[in-house]
Design a protein around this ligand. Structure first.
Ligand code: AMP
Ligand code: ZN
Length: 457
């Protein structure tokens, strides 16, 4: 049964055919680690995790790369404002390196709680400066750049294909340029973008380059790290829909002009999560947008994952407390499905037919809501458990009777943590959470106090 994926480039569903079977090479734009991820960001990583697991279910050997942006992402996607990392470091009185490592760890802690599998390679931008400089040099040698007092820019007027992903109309944009105020007046066209910043003495993170001491533009890092680990042309590139008009458009321009080859075969984009029908912001939002705040309110992180599975990745999803309450109820219902009352106990043909229908839904551009709907209607424990390698909801573990008691030292840590939380001693409670995590236990906060489950990652 063929796997079909919606390709943003062609605006159609296409059969997935990898370049190097049985491998499927996947690149996902990773977090900018200047703050905690919000649950909107996490929705995109859940979508990418479902894609990875679906590819694997279809027999592909997935090579998954996700960068960590620890330098060079400005406060707007279009190079303007200050570097997010630099700004946050100054705000929190830490070095940008300390800040980046702290939020990177917090990010991987959140994704692990959501059963998002860790990508095979998670390169950091600051560790790939050499590769970035090499691409800029290739572009410069071929005449795609110009140098100003501020930066070396990519000249979009030299690239006939510029804007093909977003189907941008450059003629309109250039006309607009006459009236538009361009933040940096050394820039020639509104769509031109920075490859390398120079002459920014107050910037904390900086490196030597052929264009002087400075730091990379944001887009160049993904071009450099994707080709470093996946080759100049690879199978799938993902991100949120906000990346279509600027970030991915610019990645394509610089990668294809530098290498002379097509960059990516399938572009996939996840739609946004809205919060009570409004936009979520990582820079301005309070802690209400974090996974941790859901956990503190007693929600199971997997209820959030389950909520995301109920909407198609190409549809907006509105988050509200009613929605997560409904997802919690739905998840409990599915955890109550018993193996002994499986409708397919002695009906192998029935099981196969049901299996194929669920797979067909999944392979139709990750039709997860349809797949979950079918799984609920079949109400088969065996089928749920089989597809849990894609769903990632810990179904076998949560539906099996508990056989092993927790070790005494773990029980003692749980008791200490309950006492700390009752006394509102959050620092102590967090330390105990970390100790439990180090012992291999995921920590949750249920109505009866601390709950733990053994980690699978
Ligand atoms: P950032 O850390 O800001 O670079 O974003 C990380 C990922 O989250 C990117 O793929 C974004 O496209 C995605 N993203 C940002 N906001 C949302 C949102 N509200 N809903 C879903 N995905 C988002
Ligand atoms: Zn990227």
């Amino acid at each position: 049964m063929a796997l079909r994926l919606y390709n943003t480039m062609s605006r159609t569903k296409e059969e997935f055919v990898p370049l190097h079977p049985p491998q499927a090479r996947l690149y996902c734009c990773g977090p900018t680690v200047y703050n905690y991820a919000h649950i909107g960001n996490l929705r995109t990583y859940i979508f990418e995790d479902i894609l990875r697991r679906t590819l694997r279910y279809n027999g592909y050997d997935v090579l998954h790369v996700m960068n960590v942006t620890d330098v060079g992402h400005m406060t707007t996607d279009a190079d303007e404002g200050d570097d997010k990392m630099d700004l946050a470091a100054k705000r929190e009185g830490k070095s940008p390196w300390e800040l980046a490592r702290f939020y990177e760890e917090a990010f991987f802690q959140d994704t692990a709680r959501l059963n998002i599998e860790r990508p095979d390679v998670t390169p950091r931008a600051t560790e790939h400066i050499v590769e970035m400089i090499e691409i800029v040099q290739k572009l410069e040698a071929q005449g795609y750049t110009y140098l100003t007092s501020e930066a070396i820019y990519f000249d979009t007027s030299c690239d006939d294909d510029y804007g093909k992903l977003a189907r941008l109309n450059l003629a309109d944009q250039r006309q607009g340029a006459r009236v538009e105020v361009i933040a940096d007046e050394t820039k020639r066209n509104p769509s031109d973008f920075v490859l390398w910043f120079r002459n920014k003495p107050t910037h904390i993170m900086k490196w030597e380059s052929p264009w002087g001491v400075g730091y990379p533009g944001w887009h160049i890092e993904c071009s450099a790290m994707s080709s470093r680990y996946l080759g100049e042309t690879f199978d799938i590139h993902c991100g949120g829909v906000d990346h279509i008009p600027v970030h991915h458009t610019n990645e394509i321009a610089q990668s294809e002009c530098a290498s002379g080859h097509p960059f990516v075969r399938y572009w996939m984009h996840g739609e946004f999560l809205l919060m009570n029908s409004a936009k979520i912001s990582k820079s301005t939002g309070g802690s209400i947008n974090r996974l941790q705040s859901l956990i503190d309110s007693g929600y199971d992180p997997l209820a959030y994952r389950y909520l995301c599975l109920q909407a198609h990745y190409r549809s907006e999803l509105n988050f509200s407390l009613d929605a997560i309450d409904a997802a919690t109820t739905g998840l409990r219902k599915l955890y109550s499905v018993r193996p002994e009352s499986d409708p397919f106990l002695s009906d192998e043909a029935g099981y196969q037919e049901a299996h194929d229908r669920v797979l067909e839904a999944l392979n139709d551009d990750l039709g997860m809501p349809q797949a979950v709907g079918l799984l609920h209607s079949y109400n088969s424990h065996r089928l749920w458990v089989n597809f849990d390698v894609v769903l990632g909801l810990d179904i076998a573990k949560r539906t099996e009777p508990r056989t092993e008691e927790l070790p005494a030292d773990i029980q003692s840590l749980i008791e200490q943590r309950n006492i700390a939380r009752k006394a509102k001693n959050w620092a102590e409670s967090d330390t105990l959470r970390n100790t439990l995590l180090e012992c291999g236990y995921e920590v949750g906060d249920g109505p009866q106090g601390t709950t733990v489950k053994k980690r699978i990652l």
